[in-house]
Design a protein around this ligand. Sequence first.
Ligand code: NDP
Ligand code: 2IT
Length: 446
Amino acid sequence: MSDYVERVYEQVVEKNQAQPEFHQAVKEVLDSIKPVFEKEPKFERHKILERITEPERVIIFRVPWVSDNGEIQVNRGIRVQFNSAIGAYKGGLRFHPSVNLGIIKFLGFEQTFKNSLTGLSMGGAKGGSDFDPKGKSDNEVMRFCQSFMTELYRYIGGRMDVPAGDIGVGAREIGYLFGQWKKITQRFEPVLTGKSLEYGGSLVRPEATGYGSVYFAKEMLKTKNDDLKGKTCLVSGSGNVAQYTTEKVVDLGGKVVTLSDSNGYIHDPDGITREKLAYVLELKNVRRGRIKEYAEEFGVEYHPGGQPWEIPAEVAFPSATQNEIDGDEAKLLVDNGCFVVSEGANMPSTIEAIDVFLENKVLFGPSKAANAGGVATSGLEMAQNFSFDSWNREKVDQRLHRIMISIHKMAYEASKEYGEPGNYVLGANIAGFKKVANAMIFQGHW
Ligand code: NDP
Ligand code: 2IT
C-alpha cells in the first residue's frame, strides 16, 4: 500500500518541477501518513493523495506600481487556494524577494493540515509577492498593496478566502490591503485577519503565533514533568513570531539569549529582558532597523552572517524562515544539550534536521502544530467579526491556550495510536490529514 504513497510523491515531483520546497513539504507529510493508507484503503480508492497535493486553484497576477522616484515597478502576485474541504480558504500573505510559486505552494499545503489541527473550520491557502518591503517608504508600500489588492479582490471574501500576514506583511500592510478591498467592493466584512484593533482586529492576534509556539513547548515538556523555568532558549528571527515567543518565554521564567535577522544574530548571555524586548519591538516594528543595533545598544556580541544554532541551549524556537536548520546544525544543537525544539516558523528544519531530532528523542514540535496559534487566533478574530463582538485579552488568550493544548493532545494521541508516542511529526500529520481527507470523501469527487 505504501507503494501508492511513493508513486504519488514521484508524480508530484515530476509535475511540479523546480519547486523543491513544495516537494519537501509533501514528502514530510506523505512519509508520515503511509501507515494510515495501510489501515484505511478507502483513501487510496478515493485518490485522496492525488487530489490533496493538487491545489484547487492558483492565481498569478501582475502587480505594477510606481516608486517614489517616479519609476514603474512590476512585481508578481500569487494566491494559491489549496483546499476548501473543511472551510473557506485561509492563510497568510508573504512579501519577500524570495517568494515564488513553489514556496507559496509549500506554505498553502502545510496550511491545509495546520488549519485542520486548530479544530476550527478553515481551509488552506497562501499568497504573496516577490515585493521587498525593506527600504521602501510607507507610500511605496501603500501603492504596492493597493495594486496587489486591485487584482486579488476578485478572488477573496469573508466566506470565500481570508488572507492574513506572514513574512513582510504586518498590521501596516493589512491596513492598506483592507482599505483598498473596501474601496473596491463597498463592503465591510472580515476579508482579512491581523487587522488593527480599531477596525475589527483581535486582541492577542499579534502575539498569538509566538505565544502558541511557547504553549506547545510547555505541553511537550509537561509530558516529561518539566517546564521552561530557568531554561536557556535560542530564538531565531526578530520579527512578529520571534518577538512574542521571546515575551512568553520570559513570562514563563526561561531565558532567551539570541535573536537574528537575515544579516546575523546577537548573543545576549544574560538574557533578553522585557525592557530589552521593548527596544527590539521599537527597533523592528517602528524604525525598521537591523538586529545588529541591539548588540551596539546593549554591548553584547553580534555574529554577522551566522545563525544562533551554535550557542549551547536546552530549547530552540526557530522563528525566521524555512530550512534555517540543516542536519549539521541539528546535530550541533543536540550535541550542545538541546532537547526541545518548537517550530515558530514554517518548515524551518530540513528533512535531515528532523531525522536528527527524532533519532535523538528531542521533543520536536513541527510547525504545522507548534505555530498554529497564529491562524487559530485569526479564526477567533473572524468569530468576533461575524458576531459583531470583541473579546477581552483574557478570553482570547484562554481560547488560544486551550487550542494549543488540544493540538498537542491530538498529535500526541495519534503518535501513540500509530506506535510512536511522542513523534509529533507523525501525530500532527496524521491527525491533520485524516479530518481533511474524510471531509473530501464525504463531499464526493471534486
Ligand atoms: P516577519 O516579517 O515579522 O519577520 C521575519 C523574520 O525572519 C525577520 O527577522 C527576518 O529578517 C527573518 N527572515 C526572513 N526571511 C529570512 C531569510 N530568508 N533568511 C534569514 N532570516 C530571514 O515574519 P513573521 O515573524 O511573521 O514570520 C516568521 C516565520 O513564522 C515565517 O516562517 C512565517 O511563515 C511563520 N509564521 C508566521 C505567522 C504569523 O502569524 N505571522 C504564523 C505562523 C507561522 P530580515 O528582517 O533580515 O528579513
Ligand atoms: O503561516 C501561518 O499560519 C500564517 N502566516 C498565519 C495565517 C493566518 O491566516 O492567520
